[in-house]
Design a protein around this ligand. Structure first.
Ligand code: PGA
Length: 251
């Protein structure tokens, strides 16, 4: 794993956008795997900046990790809405090249199969990930097992609590979601895991330095050959505490 530590999430976002640009420029139809949450926002801002500076994104295919079940894709807290607000309405992606799972599909099992088919037809070149404080990637929650394919998940109480900050009414916070499985994530050619803030420091250290285990889903990224972990100094605090030599090599 490459680890890159920045003074701010803005600088980190700019770095990740440069990695994405390399991929976009080297493919005729680049496929970006995208994430929601507060973590990827600086990356999206930087990508929009690059687009305004001339980067052509019209051939890019995007595939999002997950979506809530129980709210419509028009709901202001849906991930469809989030992506429109932070990225899709700001650049010139082709609408037919944008894929998200539909948490409001009438047949959710069929929707999972449809999404696996989308992923199979568009192998992901560059996968963006955040990490939950419990170690989840996408909504692959800590458990005795990890599921390979797109699936329906009961969100863990800590995830529901963390997501509640975005909802006015706590009763509205979804308890279930549809998420890409770990197979699609691990099949991405390149993965960038981003984490910012002190509240991510402990789980980042466990995911990067600890054993590979299903109750720390992000630790499975240790098995992938091309992962970059992009942190701010707060999220890197425990990593640097356990590996002071990393601090030296970074200074
Ligand atoms: P956050 O969520 O970016 O809002 O911290 C990350 C995640 O849960 O994957």
């Amino acid at each position: 794993m490459r680890i890159r530590i920045f003074d701010s999430s803005q600088e980190a976002g700019t770095y990740v956008s440069a990695l994405a640009e390399e991929v976009v420029l080297s493919r005729s139809q680049p496929v970006l795997g995208l994430a929601t949450g507060s973590t990827p926002v600086p990356f999206y801002d930087a990508l929009v900046n690059l687009w305004m500076c001339g980067l052509d994104l019209s051939k890019v295919v995007t595939i999002n990790l997950d979506e809530y079940i129980g709210i419509s894709s028009e709901h202001p807290q849906s991930y469809h809405h989030f992506m429109r607000e932070h990225l899709f309405d700001r650049v010139d992606f082709e609408s037919g090249n944008i894929y998200l799972p539909h948490g409001d599909a009438p047949d959710l099992d069929a929707e999972c199969r449809r999404y696996d088919d989308v992923i199979a037809r568009h192998p992901i070149d560059f996968q963006i990930l955040g990490i939950g404080t419990n170690g989840h990637i996408g909504f692959n929650e800590p458990d005795d097992l990890l599921l390979a394919r797109t699936h329906i998940v009961e969100l863990r109480p800590e995830t529901v609590a963390s997501n509640a900050r975005f909802f006015d009414d706590p009763r509205e916070v979804p308890r279930r979601a549809i998420t890409m499985g770990v197979q699609a994530i691990l099949q991405a050619e390149q993965i960038v895991l981003m984490a910012f803030g002190f509240e991510k420091a402990a789980i980042v250290a466990r995911a990067v330095l600890g054993s590979v285990r299903t109750d720390v889903p992000a630790s499975i990224l240790q098995l992938h050959r091309k992962v970059t972990v992009v942190l701010d100094r707060q999220a890197a605090a425990d990593l640097l505490g356990q590996h002071p030599e990393l601090r030296l090599s970074l200074s």
